[in-house]
Ligand binder design. Sequence first.
Ligand SMILES: [Zn+2]
Length: 70
Amino acid sequence: MLARTDEPHCPKCKGKPLADQHELTENEIGNLSGHAAQQVRAKGGLAYECGICSAIYSYRHGFSTFICYG
Ligand SMILES: [Zn+2]
């Protein structure tokens, strides 16, 4: 099954329930490391935190990109 879905999904938790995917606020993005925040902004400014493994990832056009651990 392809990873593409219509919901943000953690790239580290494939096959697990998509519960607790939390969209980061601008403040929370600012609290990431400079490199991670830069990547989020480069990906269009939308970042999510996985409630299961705490990974930070960006989600855009149906695809998730791993950024870092929160
Ligand atoms: Zn996860």
